[in-house]
Design a protein around this ligand. Structure first.
Ligand code: SF4
Length: 448
């Protein structure tokens, strides 16, 4: 953001009404300057001030949305070169490639993989985001039929890939309401693609053979009123593509160079024929700075690590990854099932729930909000102690779900068992193992 907190403060109403969620306009200004607040949170900013602030607060890389509704993918909006400076904002979307020369069974199996390859991890659903439909036949009707099929099979975002505006227009007939990404505007078709993007309010990718040409094309597009742009600098070797991603990010952030201030699309599917190499290349661009990553196909063994890498890179390094507080039912527990408690550090939850699941003993796992800290850390910080655990156990509703009143606490919190017996006189407190790996053996001996 170009303006400082004080400069922003001068443009605010200074009534300190608190409706923006912080008590004073100064605090709101500081949050805005740090990118922790949205301008729209203050309903009293004058139009003139709003215009000035919007201009100053526009992220150096424009956020672009592909698709609609819950499955809309927002890319771009990044403000830092390195994750530790603040955080990366919008994770890249993974797209699977489907072409209109593939036979029906291949198309069906890819669409099936696209829908089925999704994973629950740390309370989140990890899944791919987009289907890239590519014209190889040159047949507009065939392309339109394939786009229609993709649209019917999923509510995901779609990339329409062709350099022929007539073919893209046919694809748009089938899915314009889904706000697909048009790929790609080039030197030769820029005028027609500009019209298509404007008529259908769709984002458009620009493909060039170098950064200079890319700059010229995006300048022409923005001058024509198209602002939702995705960049493809045309590089198809790992080294060149990697360099281009860094140059683009650096030009946008460090030089405030608006013609390159857009998210990018990278195509590992066009960089190698080796699926494993392709996954490795994709992993590079999860970290360095792909906005959309198009893969030739999805396989669980390569997609899952990419999804986990994306999750890790795009978490906020200043905040521990936390799971929502509550009662988690594992393997269909009933009123006689064991009740265990742990903290809401995601890794703790993930490991403990995994060990319980592997024991095949249906159980309740109470996950308590300790601000994302692990058992030992939160215990040492006074957040996972009898005074805090007891009110949570009383309020969470577990007493209505089980006949017995036995609570298994982690071995590392054994010192709290006496305090808990006092705070929860109706409950028997059992001290579980110190190591999660010993949970299966421990709960196999469970008797209500
Ligand atoms: Fe100030 Fe606006 Fe926040 Fe009210 S809502 S405190 S006027 S910034």
């Amino acid at each position: 953001m170009a303006l400082t907190g004080i400069e922003i403060f001068k443009l605010l109403p200074k009534t300190n009404c608190g409706e923006c969620g912080v008590p004073t306009c100064l605090a709101f200004a500081m949050n805005l300057a740090a990118g922790r607040a949205e301008l729209s949170a203050c309903p009293y900013i004058s139009e003139e001030a709003k215009a000035k602030l919007e201009e100053a607060s526009a992220p150096p890389i424009r956020p672009v949305t592909i698709g609609i509704g819950d499955r809309a993918l927002k890319v771009g909006g990044e403000t830092v070169m390195f994750r530790h400076e603040k955080r990366f904002e919008n994770p890249p979307g993974f797209a699977i490639l489907i072409t209109d020369t593939m036979d029906e069974s291949e198309v069906n199996s890819r669409l099936e993989r696209f829908s089925q390859l999704q994973y629950e991890r740390v309370g989140l659903t990890l899944r791919p985001d987009l289907v890239a439909v590519k014209d190889e036949s040159g047949d507009a009707e065939r392309f339109e039929a394939l786009v229609n099929k993709v649209k019917q099979s999923s509510d995901c975002g779609i990339i329409l890939m062709s350099t022929n505006p007539d073919i893209l227009s046919a694809g748009l007939k089938a899915c314009a309401d889904r706000k697909p990404l048009l790929y790609a505007a080039t030197e030769d078709n820029l005028e027609r693609l500009t019209d298509l993007a404007k008529e259908n309010s769709c984002p458009v990718a620009v493909k060039a053979s170098n950064l200079e040409e890319l700059t010229q094309l995006t300048t022409k597009l923005t001058e024509a009123g198209v602002n939702d742009i995705v960049l493809d600098p045309g590089s198809r070797t790992l080294r060149r593509a990697y360099e281009n991603q860094i140059w683009i990010r650096s030009a946008a952030l460090n030089k405030k160079f608006r013609p390159l201030g857009f998210p990018t699309i990278v195509l590992p599917c066009e960089m190698t024929d080796d699926p494993m190499k392709e996954a490795v290349i994709a992993s590079v661009f999860v970290a360095k700075y792909g906005g959309i990553i198009v893969l030739s196909d999805f396989q669980g063994e390569s997609l899952f690590p990419l999804l986990v890498e994306r999750l890790n890179i795009y978490t906020d390094p200043q905040r521990p990854l936390a799971t929502t507080q509550g009662i988690y039912e594992i393997s269909g527990p009933d009123e006689n099932s064991p009740v265990l408690i742990t903290t809401n550090f995601s890794l703790t939850y993930f490991l403990v729930s995994g060990y319980i699941e592997s024991s095949k003993i249906p159980s309740y796992l109470l996950v308590m909000d300790t601000e994302g800290l692990s058992v030992m850390t939160s215990w040492a910080a006074g957040k996972f102690v009898a005074d805090a655990i007891a009110p949570f156990v009383k309020k969470c509703g577990i007493a209505d779900k089980v006949k017995h009143h036995k609570l298994i606490i982690p071995g590392h919190a054994a010192a709290e068992s006496g305090g808990l017996e006092e705070e929860l006189p109706d409950w028997e407190i059992l001290v579980g193992p110190r190591e999660g790996a010993h949970i299966p053996a421990y709960i196999k001996t469970w008797k209500p």
